[in-house]
Design a protein around this ligand. Sequence first.
Ligand code: NOJ
Length: 548
Amino acid sequence: MNPLGSAQDPLWYKDAVIYELHVRTFADGNDDGTGDFRGLISKLDYLAELGVTCIWLLPFFPSPLRDDGYDIADYLNVNASYGALSDFREFLASAHERGMQVMIELVINHTSDQHPWFQRARQAPAGSVERDFYVWSDSIEKYRGVRIIFTDTEKSNWTWDDKAGAYYWHRFFSHQPDLNFDNPAVLDELLRVMHFWLEMGVDALRLDAIPYLVEREGTSCENVPETHDVIRRIRADVDATYANRMLLAEANQMPNEVRAYLGEGDECHMAFHFPLMPRLFMALRTENRRPLAEIMEQTPSIPDTCQWALFLRNHDELTLEMVSDDERDYMYLAYSADPRMRVNVGIRRRLAPLLENNRRRIELLNSMLLSFPGTPIIYYGDEIGMGDNIYLGDRHGVRTPMQWSGDRNGGFSRANPSRLSSPLIMDPLYGYEAVNVEAQRDDPSSLLNWMRQMIKLRRVFKVFGRGTIEFLAPSNPKIVAYVRQYEDERVLCVANLSRFAQPVSLDLPDLQGLTPIEMLGYVEFPKIGAGSYCLSLGPYGFFWFELH
Ligand code: NOJ
Protein backbone atom coordinates (compact mmCIF):
# COMPACT_ATOMS: atom_id res chain seq x y z
CA MET A 1 0.00 0.00 0.00
CA ASN A 2 1.38 3.39 -1.02
CA PRO A 3 -0.98 6.09 0.27
CA LEU A 4 1.38 9.04 -0.15
CA GLY A 5 2.52 9.04 -3.76
CA SER A 6 5.91 10.30 -4.84
CA ALA A 7 5.31 14.05 -4.63
CA GLN A 8 5.88 16.02 -1.44
CA ASP A 9 3.58 18.93 -2.19
CA PRO A 10 -0.13 18.11 -2.57
CA LEU A 11 -0.34 20.79 -5.29
CA TRP A 12 2.68 19.42 -7.21
CA TYR A 13 0.73 19.35 -10.47
CA LYS A 14 0.54 23.16 -10.48
CA ASP A 15 4.31 23.45 -10.87
CA ALA A 16 4.67 20.45 -13.18
CA VAL A 17 5.94 20.26 -16.72
CA ILE A 18 4.23 17.24 -18.25
CA TYR A 19 5.61 15.19 -21.16
CA GLU A 20 3.22 12.96 -23.11
CA LEU A 21 4.59 9.83 -24.75
CA HIS A 22 3.65 6.42 -26.05
CA VAL A 23 5.74 3.48 -24.83
CA ARG A 24 5.22 1.87 -28.25
CA THR A 25 6.98 4.65 -30.15
CA PHE A 26 9.51 6.08 -27.68
CA ALA A 27 12.42 3.63 -27.46
CA ASP A 28 12.83 -0.06 -28.23
CA GLY A 29 14.87 -1.83 -25.55
CA ASN A 30 14.81 -5.39 -26.95
CA ASP A 31 15.11 -4.52 -30.64
CA ASP A 32 11.93 -6.25 -31.76
CA GLY A 33 10.70 -3.14 -33.57
CA THR A 34 8.26 -1.97 -30.89
CA GLY A 35 9.01 0.48 -28.09
CA ASP A 36 8.91 -0.92 -24.56
CA PHE A 37 9.41 -0.09 -20.88
CA ARG A 38 13.08 -1.12 -20.95
CA GLY A 39 13.67 1.35 -23.75
CA LEU A 40 11.75 4.06 -21.91
CA ILE A 41 13.77 3.50 -18.73
CA SER A 42 16.96 4.03 -20.74
CA LYS A 43 15.66 7.44 -21.83
CA LEU A 44 14.62 8.79 -18.43
CA ASP A 45 17.81 10.82 -18.09
CA TYR A 46 16.95 12.56 -21.35
CA LEU A 47 13.56 13.58 -19.93
CA ALA A 48 15.08 14.70 -16.64
CA GLU A 49 17.62 16.83 -18.54
CA LEU A 50 14.84 18.39 -20.58
CA GLY A 51 13.28 19.49 -17.31
CA VAL A 52 10.20 17.29 -17.45
CA THR A 53 8.66 16.69 -14.00
CA CYS A 54 5.80 14.36 -14.91
CA ILE A 55 5.52 11.67 -17.57
CA TRP A 56 2.12 10.94 -19.08
CA LEU A 57 1.95 7.48 -20.63
CA LEU A 58 -0.61 6.73 -23.32
CA PRO A 59 -2.43 3.40 -22.74
CA PHE A 60 -0.03 0.47 -22.36
CA PHE A 61 -2.50 -2.26 -21.41
CA PRO A 62 -3.28 -5.51 -23.26
CA SER A 63 -5.34 -4.43 -26.25
CA PRO A 64 -6.08 -5.33 -29.88
CA LEU A 65 -4.64 -1.83 -30.61
CA ARG A 66 -7.42 -0.81 -32.95
CA ASP A 67 -7.49 2.57 -31.18
CA ASP A 68 -3.78 2.54 -30.25
CA GLY A 69 -4.55 1.07 -26.84
CA TYR A 70 -7.63 3.11 -25.88
CA ASP A 71 -9.42 -0.16 -26.63
CA ILE A 72 -8.48 -1.98 -23.44
CA ALA A 73 -8.85 -5.76 -23.13
CA ASP A 74 -7.34 -6.06 -19.64
CA TYR A 75 -7.03 -3.15 -17.21
CA LEU A 76 -4.69 -4.90 -14.82
CA ASN A 77 -1.71 -5.80 -16.95
CA VAL A 78 0.87 -4.53 -19.42
CA ASN A 79 0.69 -5.24 -23.15
CA ALA A 80 3.25 -8.04 -23.60
CA SER A 81 4.95 -6.26 -26.50
CA TYR A 82 5.87 -3.39 -24.12
CA GLY A 83 7.17 -5.67 -21.34
CA ALA A 84 5.80 -7.14 -18.14
CA LEU A 85 4.19 -5.61 -15.07
CA SER A 86 7.59 -5.88 -13.37
CA ASP A 87 9.04 -3.62 -16.09
CA PHE A 88 6.33 -1.06 -15.44
CA ARG A 89 7.13 -1.16 -11.73
CA GLU A 90 10.79 -0.63 -12.48
CA PHE A 91 9.96 2.28 -14.76
CA LEU A 92 7.81 3.83 -12.03
CA ALA A 93 10.54 3.49 -9.42
CA SER A 94 13.17 4.86 -11.83
CA ALA A 95 11.02 7.90 -12.68
CA HIS A 96 10.36 8.54 -9.00
CA GLU A 97 14.08 8.26 -8.21
CA ARG A 98 14.65 11.12 -10.63
CA GLY A 99 11.94 13.19 -8.96
CA MET A 100 9.44 12.70 -11.79
CA GLN A 101 5.78 11.89 -11.28
CA VAL A 102 3.90 9.45 -13.50
CA MET A 103 0.43 9.82 -14.98
CA ILE A 104 -1.37 6.93 -16.70
CA GLU A 105 -4.72 6.55 -18.42
CA LEU A 106 -7.96 5.52 -16.76
CA VAL A 107 -10.18 4.78 -19.74
CA ILE A 108 -13.55 4.23 -18.13
CA ASN A 109 -16.07 5.24 -20.77
CA HIS A 110 -15.52 2.14 -22.88
CA THR A 111 -13.53 -1.08 -23.26
CA SER A 112 -12.45 -3.12 -26.25
CA ASP A 113 -15.07 -5.54 -27.53
CA GLN A 114 -12.39 -8.15 -26.72
CA HIS A 115 -12.58 -7.37 -22.99
CA PRO A 116 -13.90 -10.40 -21.06
CA TRP A 117 -16.65 -8.17 -19.60
CA PHE A 118 -18.04 -7.59 -23.09
CA GLN A 119 -17.66 -11.21 -24.18
CA ARG A 120 -19.53 -12.21 -21.03
CA ALA A 121 -22.18 -9.53 -21.52
CA ARG A 122 -23.06 -10.67 -25.05
CA GLN A 123 -23.84 -14.17 -23.82
CA ALA A 124 -25.53 -13.27 -20.54
CA PRO A 125 -29.33 -13.15 -20.30
CA ALA A 126 -30.89 -9.76 -21.01
CA GLY A 127 -31.41 -7.86 -17.78
CA SER A 128 -28.62 -9.67 -15.90
CA VAL A 129 -25.87 -7.78 -14.08
CA GLU A 130 -23.33 -9.20 -16.54
CA ARG A 131 -25.27 -8.12 -19.62
CA ASP A 132 -25.82 -4.71 -18.10
CA PHE A 133 -22.10 -3.93 -17.93
CA TYR A 134 -22.76 -2.27 -21.30
CA VAL A 135 -25.56 -0.17 -22.78
CA TRP A 136 -28.01 -2.20 -24.90
CA SER A 137 -31.13 -1.44 -26.87
CA ASP A 138 -33.56 -3.22 -29.16
CA SER A 139 -33.84 -0.17 -31.33
CA ILE A 140 -31.54 2.53 -32.63
CA GLU A 141 -34.21 5.12 -31.83
CA LYS A 142 -32.91 5.39 -28.29
CA TYR A 143 -30.75 8.52 -27.61
CA ARG A 144 -31.59 9.80 -31.08
CA GLY A 145 -29.67 12.84 -32.29
CA VAL A 146 -26.57 12.30 -30.18
CA ARG A 147 -23.60 13.46 -32.25
CA ILE A 148 -21.07 11.03 -33.70
CA ILE A 149 -17.46 11.77 -32.71
CA PHE A 150 -15.47 9.62 -35.16
CA THR A 151 -17.32 10.93 -38.18
CA ASP A 152 -14.87 9.38 -40.66
CA THR A 153 -15.48 5.80 -39.56
CA GLU A 154 -18.81 5.56 -37.73
CA LYS A 155 -22.29 6.08 -39.10
CA SER A 156 -24.15 5.45 -35.84
CA ASN A 157 -23.54 5.25 -32.10
CA TRP A 158 -25.32 1.84 -32.11
CA THR A 159 -23.97 -1.44 -33.47
CA TRP A 160 -25.88 -4.69 -33.73
CA ASP A 161 -24.53 -7.73 -31.91
CA ASP A 162 -25.75 -11.08 -33.20
CA LYS A 163 -24.90 -13.00 -30.09
CA ALA A 164 -26.79 -10.67 -27.79
CA GLY A 165 -29.55 -10.04 -30.31
CA ALA A 166 -29.41 -6.35 -29.46
CA TYR A 167 -27.67 -3.11 -30.31
CA TYR A 168 -24.86 -1.81 -28.08
CA TRP A 169 -23.96 1.84 -27.56
CA HIS A 170 -20.54 3.29 -28.40
CA ARG A 171 -19.47 6.93 -28.60
CA PHE A 172 -16.22 6.06 -30.38
CA PHE A 173 -15.31 3.11 -32.64
CA SER A 174 -17.86 0.30 -32.97
CA HIS A 175 -15.29 -2.06 -31.43
CA GLN A 176 -15.36 0.08 -28.25
CA PRO A 177 -18.65 -0.57 -26.42
CA ASP A 178 -19.51 2.00 -23.74
CA LEU A 179 -19.67 0.80 -20.15
CA ASN A 180 -22.98 1.26 -18.34
CA PHE A 181 -22.63 3.43 -15.25
CA ASP A 182 -26.25 2.84 -14.30
CA ASN A 183 -25.04 -0.58 -13.21
CA PRO A 184 -23.30 -0.06 -9.82
CA ALA A 185 -21.12 -3.14 -10.41
CA VAL A 186 -19.35 -1.25 -13.23
CA LEU A 187 -18.03 1.54 -11.02
CA ASP A 188 -17.07 -1.00 -8.34
CA GLU A 189 -14.91 -2.83 -10.88
CA LEU A 190 -13.35 0.38 -12.19
CA LEU A 191 -12.53 1.57 -8.68
CA ARG A 192 -10.71 -1.73 -8.18
CA VAL A 193 -8.70 -0.97 -11.32
CA MET A 194 -7.93 2.51 -10.05
CA HIS A 195 -6.69 1.18 -6.70
CA PHE A 196 -4.51 -1.37 -8.43
CA TRP A 197 -2.45 1.37 -10.10
CA LEU A 198 -2.58 3.99 -7.36
CA GLU A 199 -1.43 1.48 -4.75
CA MET A 200 1.55 0.70 -6.94
CA GLY A 201 2.49 4.38 -6.68
CA VAL A 202 1.12 5.96 -9.86
CA ASP A 203 0.73 9.69 -9.17
CA ALA A 204 -1.98 10.77 -11.56
CA LEU A 205 -4.76 9.46 -13.77
CA ARG A 206 -6.03 10.99 -16.98
CA LEU A 207 -9.75 10.32 -17.12
CA ASP A 208 -10.37 9.65 -20.80
CA ALA A 209 -13.56 10.80 -22.53
CA ILE A 210 -15.43 11.59 -19.32
CA PRO A 211 -18.27 13.75 -20.69
CA TYR A 212 -19.85 10.59 -22.10
CA LEU A 213 -20.01 8.30 -19.07
CA VAL A 214 -23.79 8.41 -18.52
CA GLU A 215 -26.56 8.50 -21.16
CA ARG A 216 -29.92 10.16 -20.62
CA GLU A 217 -32.85 10.26 -23.05
CA GLY A 218 -33.64 13.69 -24.44
CA THR A 219 -30.12 15.05 -23.84
CA SER A 220 -26.91 15.19 -25.88
CA CYS A 221 -25.70 12.41 -23.54
CA GLU A 222 -22.76 14.68 -22.69
CA ASN A 223 -22.03 16.29 -19.30
CA VAL A 224 -25.26 15.00 -17.70
CA PRO A 225 -25.47 15.49 -13.90
CA GLU A 226 -25.17 11.74 -13.26
CA THR A 227 -21.76 11.75 -14.98
CA HIS A 228 -20.58 14.30 -12.44
CA ASP A 229 -21.92 12.06 -9.64
CA VAL A 230 -19.66 9.27 -10.92
CA ILE A 231 -16.60 11.54 -10.97
CA ARG A 232 -17.32 12.80 -7.46
CA ARG A 233 -17.41 9.21 -6.28
CA ILE A 234 -14.09 8.48 -7.92
CA ARG A 235 -12.53 11.58 -6.35
CA ALA A 236 -13.93 10.79 -2.90
CA ASP A 237 -12.47 7.31 -3.17
CA VAL A 238 -9.03 8.69 -4.12
CA ASP A 239 -9.09 11.24 -1.30
CA ALA A 240 -10.17 8.65 1.26
CA THR A 241 -7.18 6.43 0.55
CA TYR A 242 -4.32 8.44 -0.93
CA ALA A 243 -2.52 11.76 -0.74
CA ASN A 244 -0.76 13.86 -3.39
CA ARG A 245 -2.47 12.17 -6.34
CA MET A 246 -4.10 13.96 -9.25
CA LEU A 247 -7.04 13.39 -11.60
CA LEU A 248 -7.01 15.08 -15.01
CA ALA A 249 -10.26 15.48 -16.95
CA GLU A 250 -10.26 14.89 -20.70
CA ALA A 251 -13.42 16.76 -21.63
CA ASN A 252 -13.41 18.35 -25.06
CA GLN A 253 -16.13 20.89 -24.31
CA MET A 254 -16.63 24.65 -24.04
CA PRO A 255 -15.02 26.39 -21.02
CA ASN A 256 -18.07 26.46 -18.77
CA GLU A 257 -18.77 22.75 -19.41
CA VAL A 258 -15.11 21.85 -18.82
CA ARG A 259 -15.16 23.94 -15.65
CA ALA A 260 -17.86 21.65 -14.26
CA TYR A 261 -15.37 18.75 -14.21
CA LEU A 262 -13.42 20.55 -11.49
CA GLY A 263 -16.61 20.86 -9.41
CA GLU A 264 -16.13 22.59 -6.09
CA GLY A 265 -12.68 21.06 -5.90
CA ASP A 266 -14.44 17.70 -5.46
CA GLU A 267 -14.17 16.30 -9.00
CA CYS A 268 -10.91 16.44 -10.99
CA HIS A 269 -7.83 18.40 -9.92
CA MET A 270 -7.08 19.40 -13.48
CA ALA A 271 -8.84 19.69 -16.83
CA PHE A 272 -7.46 20.17 -20.32
CA HIS A 273 -8.20 23.63 -21.67
CA PHE A 274 -9.44 22.29 -25.01
CA PRO A 275 -11.00 25.50 -26.36
CA LEU A 276 -7.78 27.50 -25.94
CA MET A 277 -5.67 25.23 -28.17
CA PRO A 278 -7.18 25.86 -31.64
CA ARG A 279 -7.48 29.56 -30.80
CA LEU A 280 -3.74 29.85 -30.27
CA PHE A 281 -3.28 28.66 -33.84
CA MET A 282 -6.04 30.95 -35.05
CA ALA A 283 -4.59 34.02 -33.35
CA LEU A 284 -1.21 33.26 -34.89
CA ARG A 285 -2.58 32.84 -38.40
CA THR A 286 -4.88 35.88 -38.28
CA GLU A 287 -2.16 37.88 -36.50
CA ASN A 288 -4.81 39.07 -34.10
CA ARG A 289 -5.20 38.38 -30.39
CA ARG A 290 -9.00 38.42 -30.52
CA PRO A 291 -9.59 34.63 -30.46
CA LEU A 292 -7.36 34.38 -27.38
CA ALA A 293 -8.89 37.34 -25.60
CA GLU A 294 -12.40 35.99 -26.25
CA ILE A 295 -11.74 32.49 -24.98
CA MET A 296 -9.86 33.70 -21.93
CA GLU A 297 -12.77 36.01 -21.13
CA GLN A 298 -15.13 33.03 -21.32
CA THR A 299 -12.86 30.95 -19.09
CA PRO A 300 -14.39 30.90 -15.60
CA SER A 301 -12.29 31.05 -12.46
CA ILE A 302 -11.47 27.70 -10.87
CA PRO A 303 -11.07 26.47 -7.28
CA ASP A 304 -7.67 27.18 -5.65
CA THR A 305 -6.63 23.53 -5.68
CA CYS A 306 -7.43 23.15 -9.39
CA GLN A 307 -5.41 23.78 -12.50
CA TRP A 308 -5.80 23.98 -16.29
CA ALA A 309 -3.76 21.60 -18.45
CA LEU A 310 -2.40 23.44 -21.48
CA PHE A 311 -1.16 21.88 -24.70
CA LEU A 312 -0.33 22.76 -28.28
CA ARG A 313 -0.45 19.28 -29.79
CA ASN A 314 -1.10 15.75 -28.62
CA HIS A 315 -1.59 12.24 -29.99
CA ASP A 316 -4.98 13.14 -31.49
CA GLU A 317 -6.02 15.48 -34.27
CA LEU A 318 -6.05 19.23 -33.65
CA THR A 319 -9.72 19.13 -32.77
CA LEU A 320 -12.10 21.69 -34.24
CA GLU A 321 -15.23 20.48 -32.48
CA MET A 322 -15.38 23.44 -30.12
CA VAL A 323 -15.05 26.33 -32.60
CA SER A 324 -17.73 28.04 -34.71
CA ASP A 325 -18.44 26.90 -38.29
CA ASP A 326 -16.62 29.93 -39.71
CA GLU A 327 -13.63 29.39 -37.48
CA ARG A 328 -13.50 25.72 -38.49
CA ASP A 329 -13.57 26.60 -42.19
CA TYR A 330 -10.79 29.09 -41.60
CA MET A 331 -8.65 26.61 -39.69
CA TYR A 332 -9.07 23.91 -42.35
CA LEU A 333 -8.07 26.40 -45.01
CA ALA A 334 -5.14 27.81 -43.09
CA TYR A 335 -3.68 24.62 -41.66
CA SER A 336 -4.69 21.67 -43.86
CA ALA A 337 -4.20 22.47 -47.53
CA ASP A 338 -4.15 18.76 -48.39
CA PRO A 339 -7.42 16.96 -47.48
CA ARG A 340 -5.30 14.05 -46.22
CA MET A 341 -4.29 16.31 -43.34
CA ARG A 342 -7.86 16.13 -42.01
CA VAL A 343 -9.46 13.44 -39.90
CA ASN A 344 -12.86 13.45 -38.19
CA VAL A 345 -13.48 17.05 -37.10
CA GLY A 346 -9.87 18.13 -37.01
CA ILE A 347 -6.36 18.29 -38.43
CA ARG A 348 -3.86 15.45 -37.95
CA ARG A 349 -0.53 17.26 -37.96
CA ARG A 350 2.31 17.88 -35.58
CA LEU A 351 3.40 21.24 -34.25
CA ALA A 352 6.39 21.95 -36.52
CA PRO A 353 4.64 21.19 -39.84
CA LEU A 354 1.56 23.14 -38.70
CA LEU A 355 3.82 26.14 -38.22
CA GLU A 356 5.62 25.52 -41.53
CA ASN A 357 8.75 24.67 -39.58
CA ASN A 358 9.16 28.36 -38.77
CA ARG A 359 11.39 28.45 -35.72
CA ARG A 360 10.09 31.83 -34.56
CA ARG A 361 6.48 30.68 -34.70
CA ILE A 362 7.36 27.48 -32.85
CA GLU A 363 9.10 29.50 -30.14
CA LEU A 364 6.25 32.00 -29.93
CA LEU A 365 3.56 29.35 -29.36
CA ASN A 366 5.77 27.55 -26.86
CA SER A 367 6.37 30.81 -25.00
CA MET A 368 2.61 31.14 -24.58
CA LEU A 369 2.25 27.47 -23.63
CA LEU A 370 4.82 28.01 -20.90
CA SER A 371 3.47 31.33 -19.59
CA PHE A 372 -0.34 31.06 -19.79
CA PRO A 373 -2.10 30.10 -16.55
CA GLY A 374 -1.92 26.33 -16.21
CA THR A 375 0.43 23.39 -16.47
CA PRO A 376 2.11 22.86 -19.86
CA ILE A 377 2.07 19.49 -21.61
CA ILE A 378 4.68 18.79 -24.26
CA TYR A 379 4.01 16.08 -26.83
CA TYR A 380 7.03 13.84 -27.39
CA GLY A 381 9.10 14.88 -30.38
CA ASP A 382 7.74 18.40 -30.51
CA GLU A 383 10.73 19.54 -28.46
CA ILE A 384 12.95 18.72 -31.46
CA GLY A 385 10.44 19.80 -34.12
CA MET A 386 9.50 16.36 -35.41
CA GLY A 387 7.32 16.10 -38.51
CA ASP A 388 4.35 13.89 -39.37
CA ASN A 389 3.29 11.44 -42.08
CA ILE A 390 -0.13 12.26 -43.49
CA TYR A 391 -0.15 9.06 -45.55
CA LEU A 392 -0.54 6.84 -42.50
CA GLY A 393 -4.12 6.02 -41.48
CA ASP A 394 -6.19 7.39 -38.58
CA ARG A 395 -3.95 9.51 -36.32
CA HIS A 396 -0.85 7.36 -36.77
CA GLY A 397 0.90 10.08 -38.74
CA VAL A 398 1.58 12.02 -35.52
CA ARG A 399 2.58 8.88 -33.59
CA THR A 400 5.77 7.84 -35.40
CA PRO A 401 8.90 6.69 -33.51
CA MET A 402 10.95 9.22 -31.57
CA GLN A 403 14.00 10.38 -33.52
CA TRP A 404 17.05 9.87 -31.33
CA SER A 405 19.88 9.99 -33.85
CA GLY A 406 20.79 9.79 -37.52
CA ASP A 407 21.50 6.05 -37.21
CA ARG A 408 19.36 3.24 -38.61
CA ASN A 409 15.72 3.60 -37.53
CA GLY A 410 16.60 6.98 -36.04
CA GLY A 411 18.21 5.23 -33.08
CA PHE A 412 14.73 4.15 -31.96
CA SER A 413 15.37 0.43 -32.55
CA ARG A 414 18.03 -1.86 -33.96
CA ALA A 415 15.42 -4.15 -35.52
CA ASN A 416 15.13 -4.79 -39.23
CA PRO A 417 13.40 -1.61 -40.49
CA SER A 418 10.64 -3.74 -42.06
CA ARG A 419 9.75 -5.01 -38.60
CA LEU A 420 9.05 -1.63 -36.98
CA SER A 421 5.54 -1.25 -35.57
CA SER A 422 5.43 2.18 -37.18
CA PRO A 423 7.65 3.68 -39.92
CA LEU A 424 9.95 6.56 -39.09
CA ILE A 425 9.65 9.96 -40.71
CA MET A 426 12.07 9.93 -43.62
CA ASP A 427 11.39 13.00 -45.72
CA PRO A 428 14.33 15.36 -46.31
CA LEU A 429 12.99 18.15 -44.10
CA TYR A 430 11.74 16.29 -41.01
CA GLY A 431 13.34 12.85 -41.44
CA TYR A 432 15.43 11.38 -38.64
CA GLU A 433 18.65 12.21 -40.42
CA ALA A 434 17.79 15.91 -40.30
CA VAL A 435 15.81 16.12 -37.04
CA ASN A 436 17.08 14.12 -34.08
CA VAL A 437 18.04 14.42 -30.43
CA GLU A 438 21.72 13.62 -30.85
CA ALA A 439 22.36 16.39 -33.34
CA GLN A 440 20.34 18.95 -31.37
CA ARG A 441 21.87 18.06 -28.05
CA ASP A 442 25.28 19.28 -29.27
CA ASP A 443 23.94 22.38 -30.97
CA PRO A 444 23.60 25.29 -28.53
CA SER A 445 21.09 27.03 -30.79
CA SER A 446 18.87 24.00 -31.45
CA LEU A 447 15.17 23.94 -30.66
CA LEU A 448 15.86 21.23 -28.09
CA ASN A 449 18.28 23.44 -26.18
CA TRP A 450 15.94 26.40 -26.45
CA MET A 451 13.10 24.31 -24.99
CA ARG A 452 15.35 23.07 -22.20
CA GLN A 453 16.30 26.63 -21.32
CA MET A 454 12.70 27.87 -21.35
CA ILE A 455 11.50 24.99 -19.19
CA LYS A 456 14.31 25.63 -16.74
CA LEU A 457 13.39 29.30 -16.56
CA ARG A 458 9.73 28.56 -16.06
CA ARG A 459 10.52 26.18 -13.21
CA VAL A 460 12.42 28.85 -11.30
CA PHE A 461 9.30 31.00 -11.00
CA LYS A 462 6.21 29.69 -9.24
CA VAL A 463 4.18 32.49 -10.78
CA PHE A 464 3.77 30.61 -14.08
CA GLY A 465 2.06 27.62 -12.53
CA ARG A 466 0.26 29.38 -9.70
CA GLY A 467 -0.18 33.04 -10.51
CA THR A 468 -3.19 35.11 -11.54
CA ILE A 469 -3.41 36.58 -15.03
CA GLU A 470 -4.51 40.00 -16.17
CA PHE A 471 -4.75 40.69 -19.89
CA LEU A 472 -3.83 44.15 -21.16
CA ALA A 473 -5.61 45.71 -24.12
CA PRO A 474 -3.03 47.62 -26.17
CA SER A 475 -4.37 49.35 -29.28
CA ASN A 476 -2.20 47.20 -31.56
CA PRO A 477 -4.31 44.01 -31.97
CA LYS A 478 -1.29 42.00 -33.09
CA ILE A 479 0.16 42.16 -29.60
CA VAL A 480 -0.83 39.86 -26.72
CA ALA A 481 0.23 41.21 -23.32
CA TYR A 482 -0.51 39.90 -19.84
CA VAL A 483 0.67 40.25 -16.28
CA ARG A 484 1.08 37.19 -14.08
CA GLN A 485 1.30 37.56 -10.32
CA TYR A 486 1.89 35.17 -7.42
CA GLU A 487 2.78 36.45 -3.95
CA ASP A 488 5.65 38.87 -4.62
CA GLU A 489 6.53 37.43 -8.04
CA ARG A 490 5.28 39.53 -10.94
CA VAL A 491 5.92 38.85 -14.62
CA LEU A 492 4.89 40.84 -17.69
CA CYS A 493 4.61 38.83 -20.93
CA VAL A 494 4.36 40.51 -24.33
CA ALA A 495 4.10 38.61 -27.62
CA ASN A 496 3.94 39.67 -31.26
CA LEU A 497 1.60 37.52 -33.40
CA SER A 498 2.70 39.23 -36.59
CA ARG A 499 5.30 38.17 -39.12
CA PHE A 500 6.48 41.79 -39.16
CA ALA A 501 8.04 43.91 -36.43
CA GLN A 502 5.43 45.73 -34.30
CA PRO A 503 5.39 48.67 -31.89
CA VAL A 504 3.23 48.62 -28.80
CA SER A 505 2.50 51.07 -26.03
CA LEU A 506 1.24 49.55 -22.81
CA ASP A 507 -0.73 51.31 -20.08
CA LEU A 508 0.69 50.02 -16.83
CA PRO A 509 -0.53 52.36 -14.09
CA ASP A 510 -0.31 49.65 -11.40
CA LEU A 511 3.29 48.85 -12.32
CA GLN A 512 4.65 52.40 -12.23
CA GLY A 513 8.11 52.62 -10.67
CA LEU A 514 8.99 48.99 -11.37
CA THR A 515 11.91 47.93 -13.54
CA PRO A 516 11.32 45.18 -16.13
CA ILE A 517 14.16 42.67 -16.40
CA GLU A 518 14.04 40.60 -19.55
CA MET A 519 14.21 37.07 -18.18
CA LEU A 520 16.11 35.16 -20.89
CA GLY A 521 19.14 37.43 -20.88
CA TYR A 522 18.56 39.11 -17.51
CA VAL A 523 18.67 42.47 -19.27
CA GLU A 524 17.41 45.55 -17.48
CA PHE A 525 14.88 47.65 -19.42
CA PRO A 526 13.89 51.28 -18.69
CA LYS A 527 11.80 51.82 -15.58
CA ILE A 528 7.99 51.99 -16.01
CA GLY A 529 6.98 55.64 -15.71
CA ALA A 530 3.77 57.63 -15.55
CA GLY A 531 3.01 57.52 -19.30
CA SER A 532 2.61 54.59 -21.68
CA TYR A 533 5.41 52.04 -21.76
CA CYS A 534 6.66 51.62 -25.33
CA LEU A 535 8.24 48.47 -26.74
CA SER A 536 9.14 47.19 -30.20
CA LEU A 537 8.97 43.51 -30.97
CA GLY A 538 10.58 41.68 -33.87
CA PRO A 539 8.58 39.30 -36.08
CA TYR A 540 6.88 36.69 -33.82
CA GLY A 541 8.98 38.11 -30.98
CA PHE A 542 8.11 37.85 -27.31
CA PHE A 543 9.37 39.15 -23.98
CA TRP A 544 9.08 37.77 -20.48
CA PHE A 545 9.89 40.52 -17.97
CA GLU A 546 10.40 39.97 -14.30
CA LEU A 547 9.22 43.14 -12.54
CA HIS A 548 11.50 44.45 -9.82
C1 NOJ B 1 -9.65 10.02 -26.35
C2 NOJ B 1 -8.26 9.69 -26.79
O1 NOJ B 1 -7.44 10.84 -26.66
C3 NOJ B 1 -8.31 9.23 -28.24
O2 NOJ B 1 -7.02 8.97 -28.72
C4 NOJ B 1 -9.19 8.01 -28.34
O3 NOJ B 1 -9.29 7.60 -29.68
C5 NOJ B 1 -10.57 8.30 -27.76
N1 NOJ B 1 -10.48 8.84 -26.44
C6 NOJ B 1 -11.43 7.06 -27.72
O4 NOJ B 1 -10.86 6.09 -26.92
